[in-house]
Design a protein around this ligand. Structure first.
Ligand SMILES: *[C@@H]1O[C@H](CO)[C@@H](O)[C@H](O)[C@H]1NC(C)=O
Ligand SMILES: *[C@@H]1O[C@H](CO)[C@@H](O)[C@H](O)[C@H]1NC(C)=O
Ligand SMILES: *[C@@H]1O[C@H](CO)[C@@H](O)[C@H](O)[C@H]1NC(C)=O
Length: 346
């Protein structure tokens, strides 16, 4: 054993030796189910879609030249089977991101890809990007492609959803119900207009709404039907005044699950939760439960989860290093079971 050789030292030095081993952030943690399947790549806020038996996972702009990083795997359960990262939405020659458009290049957060099986079988990517006119605010756009892997394009000259004075809108996710009604859920990003909110200034915390909104859409995936409704808001200081990354899935008995992350995106307080509704998609949603938190499987700040439409597969990210977002947020995968009003991970 390497340790026993290295640590045959007098007691004080032995303690230093052992402490030194323990202080290395990634050494002593058991991390399952499938932790960091992309070998250290930064891949936050993933979404998953399965097409033709292959899983496609998209993420937030990664700092390595991919506006919307994409990986795929023909066997989701094979943690070593993920492809190299490509860019599904490079942004060049995209009207929304050019002169006269609205979205800044290389600012895309938390995309969500949906196949419009109820419309024309094309692929709709909801994404949030910083406004060209106001870089502190992100709003939601819709990019389309005939192929799941892109390249996606958005010819709009204004965002799809943009409550700019409330902080903008981020973390979109589509949902198609059994009866072919289509929806989008998203977060009103209050902290963007309150100095970053509690997470940026815990000593002088602005209390901020981070409402998770539900909007019904036509089957084109774009046109609104009626207005948005608040499904859930943060519960104050216990959530660091922040909930985000909503995603809706439906259990086999008709229960709607609203998954979301709470706490500070950059810190160990980031937690994956869910609430359920047995009285329809509009709620009320209650019976809040924690799915994953720091310490679950030895992970730090697990969040940004997305789940296949009726459960089964989940992708999420966790901090590679405890409480330190200057290191990557790595891609994790898991199996998830929905049973009644309970979700469980394995
Ligand atoms: C995106 O669509 C516009 C037309 O709206 C077209 O001019 C442009 O070439 C397209 N870009 C890509 C990357 O396909
Ligand atoms: C599907 O069901 C929901 C909830 O009952 C309802 O609001 C919606 O109008 C239905 N959609 C269609 C296309 O019938
Ligand atoms: C938060 O939302 C509630 C309910 O919609 C509203 O009454 C309140 O003014 C909001 N607070 C802030 C700080 O925006």
């Amino acid at each position: 054993m390497v340790l026993s050789v290295l640590c045959q030292l007098p007691l004080p030095l032995l303690l230093t030796c052992l402490w030194g081993v323990e202080a290395r952030p990634n050494q002593l943690h058991k991390r399952d189910p499938s932790y960091d399947v992309l070998a250290g790549a930064n891949f936050p806020d993933p979404c998953i879609i399965n097409v033709g038996g292959t899983s496609y996972v998209f993420g937030t702009v990664d700092g390595s030249g991919h506006n919307v990083p994409l990986v795929s795997n023909s066997d989701f359960s094979n943690a070593g089977g993920w492809s190299a990262i490509t860019d599904a939405f490079p942004g060049a020659d995209v009207p929304a991101m050019g002169d006269g458009g609205w979205a800044a290049q290389m600012t895309t957060w938390a995309p969500d890809v949906n196949q419009l099986t109820d419309y024309d079988d094309s692929f709709a990517m909801y994404y949030a990007a910083a406004l060209q006119s106001n870089s502190g605010i992100h709003c939601i756009g819709l990019a389309r492609s005939e192929s799941v892997s892109g390249p996606y394009n958005d010819s709009s000259t204004s965002p799809m959803i943009c409550p700019e004075s409330d902080g903008g809108a981020i973390d979109p996710a589509g949902f198609l119900d059994d009866n072919n009604s289509r929806y989008i859920v998203y977060k009103i990003d209050g902290p963007a207009v309150t100095n970053g909110g509690y997470c940026n200034s815990p000593d002088n915390p602005p209390s901020t709404n981070t409402s998770l909104m539900l909007q019904q859409l036509e089957n084109d995936g774009y046109t609104a039907i009626g207005g948005p409704v608040v499904l859930y808001n943060n519960q104050g200081v216990s959530d660091s005044y922040n909930v985000e990354a909503p995603a809706i899935v439906k259990g086999s008995d008709g229960t709607y699950f609203l998954f979301f992350s709470s706490g500070c995106t950059s810190a160990n307080s980031y937690t994956t939760n869910y609430v359920t509704s047995t009285s329809g998609i509009w709620g009320p949603y209650g019976d809040r439960k924690v799915l994953l938190q720091t310490g679950s499987y030895g992970e730090y700040g697990p969040g940004g989860a997305d789940i296949t439409p009726s459960g089964g597969q989940m992708v999420y990210h966790s901090l590679e290093v405890s409480d330190d977002i200057s290191y990557p947020r790595v891609l994790d995968t898991a199996s998830i079971t929905l049973n009644g009003q309970t979700a469980s991970v394995s």
